[in-house]
Every structure is written in structure tokens, then in C-alpha cells.
Design a protein around this ligand. Structure first.
Ligand code: HEC
Ligand code: HEC
Ligand code: HEC
Length: 156
């Protein structure tokens, strides 16, 4: 067996070095290209718009997330504008309910394409917290029996 840990972190550093190097030298064109036509189709987020305009988000979401994280963890400031939970709530896939469970899910689509590996999901949920009202009730047998026969006898 190869040594996956080494291989992974080497590969990651090389790719990131390449990406950031390219980004620094070329400003944005490579990224614009990456966000362009040959990307897998991204599911549109919920609501009217993102927390910043779309072009800004494409280019700078990683900075927002890092600043947000640093503010939260190091300085104890909590704002919600660039919260990772917010990203997940609006960008979870209709199909999988997640931002990162398949390579087509929102956070994975570009990252797979750009060979960026993001290791946030070991600690952070890829799915919005269960909301009894909607997505959280899967159409499966897991739903509570209390909830499942609303029409029949329950007249009162
Ligand atoms: C080792 C566990 C761990 C990993 C890995 C991790 N985080 Fe966090 N993160 C935390 C904890 C703990 C908090 C503070 C508790 C909270 O706010 O939920 C936090 C808080 C945050 C916040 C502020 C709260 C919020 O929901 O916005 C952001 C943003 C964030 N992390 C982003 C990231 C990103 C982006 C990555 C991946 C690049 C990442 N984190 C990886 C543990 C982790
Ligand atoms: C209130 C819901 C909402 C929240 C919260 C939100 N987004 Fe968005 N996001 C959207 C919508 C809607 C769009 C599409 C906007 C458009 O097409 O003009 C979008 C677009 C994007 C895009 C560009 C996608 C593309 O088509 O190229 C990225 C990247 C993005 N969001 C990342 C994030 C990240 C990262 C977070 C968390 C910091 C986040 N979003 C939080 C709703 C949201
Ligand atoms: C429009 C394409 C696109 C989408 C959608 C997208 N990303 Fe990214 N992301 C990238 C690219 C490309 C990079 C590599 C950094 C660069 O090129 O500047 C990146 C880098 C990152 C990084 C920094 C990685 C590191 O190790 O430094 C984080 C964190 C991140 N993205 C989080 C997210 C999250 C969370 C989502 C989903 C809410 C998301 N991204 C959705 C394209 C995207």
C-alpha cells in the first residue's frame, strides 16, 4: 500500500500552492474559467441572493469562511453573515440534502473540478439541522407514527 496520509497532504499542498500561485499571478482569470462553462452545473441556492454578490462569492468565499472562523474561534465574535451554517442551509442539495455528500453537491462541484480538498466536514455538518416542518421528515418509515395519519380519525 502507498502511504495515503503522506500522499494526500503532499498532493494537497502542491495543488493549493499551484492554485494560490496562479491566483496571485493571474489575479482571477483562472478562477473565472473554473467558474465558467465546463463546470458541473451548480444547484442554485435558496432565496433571492447570496450573502455577497455571486461573483464575489465565487472568488472570495474561502476568505469569508476563514475570517468568520477566526473571528468566532479566536476573538469570540459571532456574526452570522458568513456563517458556514448559513451556507449549508441555503446550498444543501434538493436531492441529497447535503452540501458535500456527492461530487455534485454544491460545495463539492467546483472543488472536485479544481482539485481542492476542504476538510471542514469532519466537524461541521454538511446538512442543515432537521426541521420538523419540511425536509427533515423523510418520506420513509422513520417518520413518527404520531405524524403519519393526520386525516383519518383525528376529528375533534
Ligand atoms: C477539528 C474540527 C473542525 C474542523 C476540521 C473545522 N472546524 Fe470550523 N469550527 C469548529 C468549531 C468547534 C467551531 C465553533 C463552534 C461552532 O460555531 O459551531 C467552528 C466554527 C466555525 C465557523 C463559525 C461558525 C459558523 O457556523 O459559521 C466557521 C465559519 C467555520 N468553523 C468554518 C470552517 C471551515 C471553512 C472549515 C474547513 C476549511 C472548518 N471550519 C473546519 C471546528 C472545526
Ligand atoms: C440566504 C441563502 C444563502 C446563503 C446563506 C448563502 N448563499 Fe450562496 N448563494 C445563494 C443564491 C440564491 C445564489 C445564486 C445567486 C445568483 O445566481 O445570482 C448563491 C450563489 C453562491 C455562489 C456562486 C455559485 C455560482 O453559481 O457560481 C457561491 C460560491 C456561494 N453562493 C457560496 C456560499 C457560501 C460559501 C456561503 C456561506 C458563507 C453562502 N453561499 C451562503 C444563496 C445563499
Ligand atoms: C464556484 C465554485 C465553488 C463553489 C460553489 C464552492 N467553492 Fe470553495 N473553492 C473553490 C475554489 C476554486 C477554491 C480554491 C481556492 C482558490 O482558487 O482561490 C475553493 C476553496 C475553498 C476553501 C479553502 C480551501 C483551503 O484549504 O484553503 C474553502 C474553505 C471552501 N472553498 C469552502 C467552500 C464551501 C463551504 C462551499 C459550499 C458552501 C464552497 N467552498 C463552494 C470553488 C468553489
Amino acid at each position: 500500500m502507498a502511504r495515503p496520509d503522506n500522499w494526500l497532504s503532499m498532493g494537497r499542498w502542491l495543488r493549493l500552492a499551484a492554485l494560490f500561485g496562479a491566483a496571485a499571478v493571474l489575479a482571477v482569470p483562472s478562477f473565472e474559467a473554473a467558474a465558467g462553462a465546463d463546470l458541473p452545473k451548480l444547484e442554485r441556492g435558496k432565496g433571492e441572493r447570496c450573502v455577497e454578490d455571486t461573483a464575489t462569492m465565487r472568488r472570495h468565499h474561502m476568505d469569508f469562511l476563514k475570517h468568520q472562523r477566526d473571528d468566532t474561534l479566536r476573538r469570540g465574535i459571532r456574526t452570522t453573515k458568513h456563517s458556514l451554517k448559513g451556507c449549508v442551509e441555503c446550498h444543501a442539495s434538493e436531492k441529497t440534502g447535503s452540501v458535500a455528500s456527492t461530487k455534485d453537491d454544491f460545495c463539492m462541484a467546483c472543488h472536485t473540478y479544481a482539485a481542492v480538498k476542504v476538510d471542514c466536514w469532519a466537524c461541521h455538518a454538511t446538512k442543515p439541522p432537521a426541521k420538523p416542518a419540511q425536509a427533515a421528515l423523510p418520506a420513509g418509515p422513520a417518520a413518527s407514527p404520531m405524524m403519519s395519519a393526520p386525516s383519518a380519525g383525528a376529528a375533534k
